[in-house]
Design a protein around this ligand. Structure first.
Ligand code: MRU
Length: 347
């Protein structure tokens, strides 16, 4: 892959590709402190649930390094304030809280260590989260590829690729696994208004790897399904409730309803870290609302009447009855999800 999403550098900075600028400009930002990482997550320099989790982990390491404390308790109190701050960067993707809690628990367990030792442990843990993410995506690719037939045309919504993760991707990881098995697969990418993750990111990312991709306007999916041009849908997720309801990019629900109506399989690929077992259903998932200028303008240019009211929910919930299967690193969950998801966690 001729690009990377994010990494911790030798100089202890966080480098990430600026996804707001893709595909017209390929620029990498070098972030030197945790506030810069927080802003990068909030402003969607880096986005996608697993990538946000990894960015938070790296950001927390930069935060830990900046604390001036010689005793455990002072360090822990300062560090937990940074964790609370990082947690508020974006609300829907559970991976942010998941990564933050994982590092917080590490610090709780390190109470008999010196501050430099704890900071080193945080560094190691953040790199572990990064490396595990790529490994997990490859496992999901392995399981997911079994569900898609050779020669299939697969529709995807948003970007659940290498750009949304530490590398390889969740939904697009399944596509990559098929390609690695020499299967023929082509992708239909929804443009994904208003941030255009499909048009800007999925199209670009797949083209970098020479994977066939065709871009469509979001409102074309129904026609293509009705014409029999889509064999399967595969998307990622930002948070999944214990009953299998899925929060993903706004517009996913519409695609899922169309898929069911047209008897097209609708798959979700997501790591177990995206499943929030505390939640009984998708109704409990917080939905991020973003600035309405993302809707009323296009690339910084006003397109709607000045002063018009607008809504900009960034995610929606797809109820579990529309989902054919959820692909994870531990295997594939099928309905009824309450049981199949619980079984995966106990594997
Ligand atoms: O607002 P975004 O771009 O962060 O939303 C991303 C998505 O909805 C992705 O589909 C999801 O995070 C899965 S990424 C592997």
């Amino acid at each position: 892959m001729p690009f990377f999403t994010l990494k911790l550098t030798q100089n202890d900075t966080v480098e990430m590709i600026d996804q707001r600028k893709l595909p017209l400009e390929i620029t990498y930002l070098e972030l030197k402190n945790y506030k810069d990482v927080y802003n990068a997550v909030k402003d969607m320099v880096v986005r996608g649930a697993p990538a946000i989790g990894v960015a938070a982990a790296f950001g927390l390491y930069l935060g830990a390094k900046s604390i001036n404390a010689d005793g455990y308790e002072k360090f822990r109190d300062e560090f937990f304030k940074i964790c609370d701050f990082m947690f508020t960067a974006r609300p829907t993707a559970v991976n942010l809280g998941w990564a933050t809690n994982r590092i917080k628990n590490l610090v709780i367990g390190d109470k008999n260590k010196s501050v430099p030792e704890i900071v080193k442990d945080i560094r190691d843990e953040s790199l572990k989260i990064y490396n595990e993410d790529i490994e997990i995506n490859r496992k999901m690719g392995f399981y997911g590829a079994k569900l898609i037939k050779d020669g299939a045309t697969v529709l995807t919504h948003c970007n659940a690729g290498a750009l949304a993760t530490a590398g390889y991707g969740t939904a697009l990881g399944v596509i990559r696994a098929l390609v690695e098995q020499n299967k023929h697969v082509s992708v239909i990418a929804d443009e994904t208004r208003p941030f255009l993750q499909g048009a800007r990111l999925t199209a670009w990312e797949l083209m970098q790897d020479n994977i066939p991709v065709t871009l469509i306007a979001d409102n074309s999916a129904g026609l293509l399904m009705r014409k029999g041009k889509i064999d399967a849908v595969i998307v990622g997720a930002d948070r999944i409730a214990s009953n299998g309801d899925v929060a993903n990019k706004i517009g996913t629900y519409q695609v899922a309803v169309l898929a069911k109506e047209n008897k097209v399989s609708f798959y979700v690929a997501a790591p177990l870290s995206t499943i929030d077992l505390r939640l009984g259903s998708g109704d409990e998932i917080p939905i991020e609302e973003r600035d309405i200028t993302e809707v009323t303008s296009f690339f910084g240019r006003q397109i709607a009447p000045l002063g018009v009211k607008a809504l900009n929910y960034a995610f929606d919930i797809t109820p579990n009855e529309y989902i054919s299967a959820i692909i994870t690193e531990k295997g594939v969950a099928v309905p009824p999800y309450k049981k199949s998801i619980a079984d995966l966690f106990s594997k």
